[in-house]
Design a protein around this ligand. Sequence first.
Ligand SMILES: *Cc1c(COP(=O)(O)O)cnc(C)c1O
Length: 351
Amino acid sequence: MSRYWSAFVHNLEPYVPGEQPKIANLIKLNTNENPYGPSPKVLEAIHFDVSDKLRLYPDPTSRELKEAIADFYKVNTANVFVGNGSDEVLGHIFHALFQHEPPLLFPDITYSFYPVYCQLYKIDYQTIPLTNDFQIDIADYLRDNGGIIFPNPNAPTGCLLALADIERLLKANTESVVVIDEAYIDFGGETAISLVDSYPNLIVTQTFSKSRSLAGMRIGFAVGHPDLIEALVRVKDSFNSYPLDSLATSAGVAAIKDDAYFRDTCNKVISSRDKLTASLNELGFEVLPSAANFIFTRHPAFDAADLAMKLRKEGIIVRHFNKRRIDQFLRITIGTPSENQHLLSVLDGLV
Ligand SMILES: *Cc1c(COP(=O)(O)O)cnc(C)c1O
C-alpha cells in the first residue's frame, strides 16, 4: 500500500493463481498443467526461431497462428482472435463486450477470474447457483442480462454441458454475448465452435495451456463472428499490439499441426482420469463426473483442507478452495500414471 496508489488500485482484489513452488520432486497437481511435455515438433520450431531475427518485432496479427487455428476448426481467419493466454483474451472480451447495463451472468461456482475482470472493468454481475449436484442448468440463465459466460466443462467441477444445451441457450438468448470458455474441452467435450456460423453473439475461447501442454508459452484464442472479433482487436490494439511473441506464434502453429501427438496425450490423460476416479471411489471418495484434466472430489468422513495439508507434507500439492459450497472438495489435476499411483497410495494411508 502506498499513498501514490489511486483509490481504485487500493480496492482491487486481484486473482490469485495456484502456486508454482520451487521444490524438488514435488508432485504438482494444483494448476491443471498437462503432465506430458509439448510435442517434440513444438520444441524444434522454438529452437529454429531462436536467432538474430529476435531483434524484429513479431507479426502484430499473428497471421500464421490464426490461419493454423482457422484450418484446424474449419472457420475463417476473420473468426479468430489470438492473445497472450486465454486469460488475456477473456480480459479483452470483458472489456469490449460485457460493459452493458443489465448484469453479466455466470455460475456461483466457476473460474474465479471472472469476478476479478468485472471489478477491473466495472461490470455489474450476478452469480447463478449451480444445481444441488453442481450442474449448470440453462433454464436459470434465461433472464435479462448484459452477457453470459461459463466454462464448458465448468471449473473447478469438471462437469460438462452437452452441445445441445449450449445451442438451447443460444436460441433463447440473442440480445447479449454468450462466451463459452473451453479451456478443458479437449478432454472429453464437444466444442461449440461449430455453432459460431449460426449464432453471431457466440464467442468460444480456448487455450494452449492445458491440452496442448504449453502453459509456459501463454497462447489463447477466441472464435466468433467477425464483428465480435473486431471489437477484441480494437481493445488489443489500444493496449498491446504484440501480445504474442515470435516464439509463441511458431510454437502455437507447430502444436496445432501435430494432431497425432495432441490426440495421443489427451487420450492418455482421459484414460488416467477414468482410472483415478475408479480408484478414488474405492477409497470412499465421491468424484464429480469430469470431462476435464482434473477431478473434483470429496470424502464424506475427512476434511478437505486437512487432507490437502497432509498431502502437501508428502510432497503432493492439490487445490483447495476456501469457498462456500465447495470447501469440502479437492481439485486434483491428472498427473502421469506414476504420479497418480503415488497420490493414491498416500491417500490410502490417510483415509
Ligand atoms: C486455465 C484456464 C484459463 C486460462 O488459460 P491460459 O490460456 O493459461 O490463460 C481460462 N479459463 C479457465 C476456466 C481455465 O481453467
